[in-house]
Design a protein around this ligand. Structure first.
Ligand code: FAD
Length: 380
């Protein structure tokens, strides 16, 4: 059997490794001059490939009920064993897994070398623009044919341009609207933005949509000249993307002192001069913003605990780490094979499943690659 995998990212490479047996021939077609280019930039070049706090709750889709059929905690945990069987030794920080070298090349090169060792063909600088089906064969660019096809071309995130969704639409497969996620948020043009630019602080952010609380996250925020960034912001950005797309009002409230209750703050600030006390609990550059036109302690506590920002938009796809949407889960079996097309698999970020920050997206890319790969292996 001849198998073609379009896209040499983590999901495609891992699928190839799991699908290879003695009686099949596998070729990966990659448009770039090397495989795993995006993988190399993950985790700030360190590649956060897994997380000990693995749970289906970290994943999102337009189709939440089908999501629970496609992935479960037990299967996701197997991704850790897959990497450890390849000889990857983890460096674990707060449950986040990186290769011990803290270099994403370790993961990329290990996957690539394994593919080469197993006799998997890799053709680079080959962009797929067209897929058709004739006599039970898939034909790529009117050039190459195969019995089994895997599409693992990734999403809109990071790339300047992507034809991933067009490939699916041309096959009459349903695509849920792609939107950027794990991305910075732009607020209204407040005067204080230029003053707080550069501050990093441990906070709690809470997202309100049309005045209704949706989600809260603790973590480090980065205050910028356009609005807010940081992992806690990234983890609410997907909901913001979806809400803004539907014309809803998105407001983020920042709690600058999450470790203190309002009562504790009141007692603390009343002890001495407020400015002197504020210097002990928040970044000095924030003080004039918090004290702006008021010396009323209740107002000050309100600003410290519920600093309110109206969100105008998210940053673009090229800034985002992941894309919401993609191939509708309705189109897929639990092995990531298309219901409409025998022997056509779609895996990785191209599928309408996205995860939080913390290794969850690479875990899903690997999980879907393993699932589809094993299913292909069994077909030979
Ligand atoms: C800056 C950044 C940091 C990130 N950090 C992390 C992290 O630390 N942990 C984590 O879990 N996730 C992280 N992610 C997300 C993670 O990189 C992706 O979820 C993951 O790479 C998806 O894997 P994939 O194989 O589905 O797609 P991709 O990695 O995008 O691979 C798709 C491949 O297909 C190729 N291709 C596309 N179109 C075609 C075509 N028409 N013909 C031929 N080839 C094609 C592409 O060139 C690419 O090599 C990060 C993302 C970014 C942008």
């Amino acid at each position: 059997m001849k198998i073609i995998i379009i896209g040499g990212g983590p999901s495609g490479l891992i699928c190839a490794l799991n699908a290879k047996n003695n009686s099949n021939e596998i070729t990966i077609l990659e448009k770039e001059q090397e495989v795993g280019k995006k993988l190399l930039v993950t985790g700030s070049g360190k590649c956060n490939y897994y997380n000990d706090n693995m749970s289906i709750d970290k994943y999102h889709s337009y189709n939440e009920s089908k999501l629970k059929e496609l992935i479960n905690d037990k299967d996701l945990v197997k991704v850790k064993d897959f990497y450890s069987n390849l000889g990857i030794i983890p460096y674990i920080k707060n449950g986040y897994y990186y290769p011990i070298t803290k270099d994403s090349k370790t993961i990329r090169n290990t996957l690539l070398n394994e593919c080469i060792n197993k006799g998997i063909n890799i053709i680079t600088n080959y962009k797929v623009d067209n897929i058709s089906k004739k006599n039970n064969k898939y034909i790529i660019n009117n050039d190459i044919s195969c019995d089994i096809l895997v599409i693992s071309t990734g999403s809109n995130s990071y790339y300047k341009e992507s034809n991933s969704y067009d490939l699916l639409r041309k096959l009459n497969l349903k695509v849920e609207k792609p939107l950027p996620s794990l991305v910075q948020l732009e607020t209204k043009k407040y005067n204080f933005l230029s003053k707080w630019q550069g501050i990093r602080s441990e906070v709690k952010v809470s997202l309100f949509e049309n005045n209704q609380h949706l989600k809260s996250e603790l973590g480090e925020i980065q205050l910028t000249k356009y609005g807010i960034s940081g992992i806690c912001v990234f983890n609410i950005s997907g909901l913001v993307s979806k809400g803004l797309d539907k014309g809803k009002e998105e407001v983020v409230k920042i709690d600058f002192v999450p470790s203190m209750s309002e009562e504790e703050l009141y007692n603390f600030l009343s002890k001495e001069d407020i400015k002197v006390q504020l210097e002990k609990i928040i970044n000095i550059k924030l003080i004039p913003i918090i004290l702006d036109n008021t010396n009323n302690i209740k107002d000050i506590i309100n600003r410290l605990k519920y600093f309110s920002l109206e969100i105008e938009k998210t940053k673009s796809f090229s800034n985002s780490q992941v894309t919401i949407g993609g191939l509708s889960l309705e189109e897929l079996t639990n092995q990531f094979e298309c219901i409409k097309y025998n022997n056509l698999y779609v895996i990785g970020e191209l599928v309408d499943i996205d995860g939080d920050c913390g290794g969850y997206n690479l875990t899903f890319a690997a999980h879907s690659g393993i699932k589809a790969g094993k299913s292909i292996y069994d077909k030979n």
